[in-house]
Ligand binder design. Structure first.
Ligand code: NAP
Length: 474
């Protein structure tokens, strides 16, 4: 038997487990720090939280769901779908909940894994902890003195007060633009603190009615057709951010028209007009964001935040903005990957040191010096324009092949350093000319290296990671 430990029971970890258990010689355990599966879909419960990639594509290709209530379903529905998939695939019973991995060390022949629930040994380690699992809260002067409720969007709980409250929301990213419209009208007043206006696009959302559910159940191939249609749509947005000028002009034009129609006040429109290259941050699909900002009970504040006071937020113009609830919609420490897990590879080398200048991995999956370790959703495998689940499935199949090689070989599988370095040089040189270098975002680390995103189209990634090439490994 090959003992495999997967860290994390989100979409990535479950995809990997589903693929790996197809081989009965694999003994798979999933370690999950929380008491429920779901990753970001378990953690993010703020009002309005939903997926902004259509569900037919933001789901497993092998487990299409005939029952989606709409094209862009709310988070609870996605979580329920994932739980059902895990149960149906026989993955749930492999999960050890409430078990947080603190360290993993290669002892020369296997991985020694330290967890809050004791130690484990594994032949193969599959970290699948996601890129957006660690909330990032800026250290604003005086934050600790605030007397109201302060919460990050990813830590929202049902008891965060909204009704009749004065609410400050810092940030205008994917999370904030979903939250604000959902609480506007319930809160007494909302101040939105914007540092940079995001590019937006209309969200082609629609209800899926009974006729569609019936048709999908009776003729499942229709779901594949819907998935293919969604895929074609994402090809256009993908082309727009990866250098196709016609697609760029088209998408930019749609965004400009949306702004003109939804924001009548020229002063507000000027404030929400992006000045960064479109796509350097995630382009946001929304119908409700701009109308929410135009409401009389919502103010968009563009002055720089200089401090948090006992009663609210102070901006650079000296104005105090009192609030009862302070929401950090300030994103995630995406570029730190496996932090805070201490991973030590061959010859006692720490992954932290190898990744000091920025995380990198061959095909985003495997790192020289770290034998028999294969990442899901590792460095440079994120996509801002199509579904990351597509990438997870490619990685799951790659990892299953690699594990077969591990099982059949008498040596651990370690990617050749020169092969990984050549790959990284290629990826970084393509990224150097990409739109993502046009501004600072969670795609780039402090030194500006793009560490999260894949530079090309999703199908290129699938082609390149379709087969494990034995010659890539020592
Ligand atoms: P984000 O995109 O990183 O946005 C963070 C926001 O906080 C930005 O507007 C940023 O401003 C602002 N900010 C950060 N630090 C600040 C500071 N010190 N002062 C003022 N403003 C500050 O984070 P997110 O909205 O949580 O989204 C992260 C990712 O999660 C998304 O890109 C997406 O991939 C995923 N997500 C997906 C969905 C979905 O529907 N599928 C929903 C939510 C999130 P700047 O722009 O100026 O940096």
């Amino acid at each position: 038997m090959t003992r495999i430990v997967i860290i994390g029971a989100g979409f990535g970890g479950i995809a990997a487990a589903a693929e790996l258990i197809k081989d009965s010689r694999n003994d798979v355990t999933i370690l999950e720090k929380a008491d429920r599966i779901g990753g970001v879909w378990r953690d993010n419960t703020y009002p309005g939280c939903a997926c902004d990639i259509p569900a037919p594509l933001y789901s497993y290709s092998f487990a299409q769901n005939p029952a989606w209530s709409r094209r862009f379903p709310p988070h609870q529905e996605i979580l329920t779908y994932l739980e059902k998939c895990a149960a149906d695939l026989g993955v749930t019973e492999l999960i050890r909940f409430g078990t947080e991995v603190t360290a993993a060390e290669w002892d020369g022949s296997r991985w020694l894994i330290s967890t809050t629930g004791g130690a484990l040994k594994a032949d193969v380690l599959v970290p699948a902890v996601g890129q957006l699992s660690r909330p990032s809260v800026p250290s604003l002067p005086g934050a600790e003195t605030f007397r109201g409720v302060a919460v990050h969007t990813a830590h929202w709980t049902p008891d965060v007060p909204v009704e009749g409250q004065r609410i400050a929301v810092i940030g205008t990213g994917a999370s904030a633009i979903q939250l604000v419209p959902a609480i506007a009208g319930r809160a007494a007043h909302i101040d939105v603190f914007q540092r940079t206006p995001p590019w937006t696009l209309p969200k082609p959302d629609r209800r899926y009615g009974r006729a569609r559910h019936y048709a999908y159940r009776k003729v499942p191939v229709l779901m594949q057709a819907s998935r293919a249609g969604t895929w074609l749509l994402t090809l256009v947005t993908g082309a727009a951010v990866t250098g196709n000028r016609i697609a760029d002009r088209l998408v930019r034009g749609v965004s400009n028209v949306q702004r003109r129609i939804q924001v009548r006040d020229p002063a507000l429109r000027a404030k929400v007009t992006p000045d960064e290259p479109m796509g350097c941050k995630r382009v946001l699909f929304t119908n409700a964001w701009l109308p929410a900002l135009a409401r009389p009970d919502v103010d968009l504040v563009t002055e720089k935040i200089v401090a948090v006071t006992e009663d609210g937020i102070r901006t650079a113009d000296g104005v105090d903005h009192p609030c009862d609830v302070l929401v950090y919609g300030t994103g995630f420490a995406a570029t730190e990957f496996l932090v805070p897990i201490r991973v030590t590879g061959r010859d006692g080398v720490a992954l932290d040191d190898v990744w000091r200048e920025g995380a990198h991995a061959y095909l985003g999956v495997t790192v020289p010096g770290f034998p028999n370790m294969f990442l899901v959703y590792g460095p440079n495998t994120n996509t801002g324009n199509t579904s990351v689940i597509y990438f997870h499935e490619v990685q799951a199949r790659y990892i299953a092949q690699a594990v077969r090689l591990v099982a059949h070989g008498d040596k651990p599988l370690e990617v050749r350093a020169e092969r990984a370095a050549g790959y990284d040089a290629e990826i970084q040189s393509r990224l150097a000319g990409s739109v993502w270098t046009g501004c600072q975002s969670w795609y780039r680390n402090a030194s500006g290296r793009v560490v999260t995103n894949w530079p090309g189209k999703a199908q290129e990634y699938r082609r390149r990671a379709a087969r494990v090439d034995r010659s890539d490994f020592r």
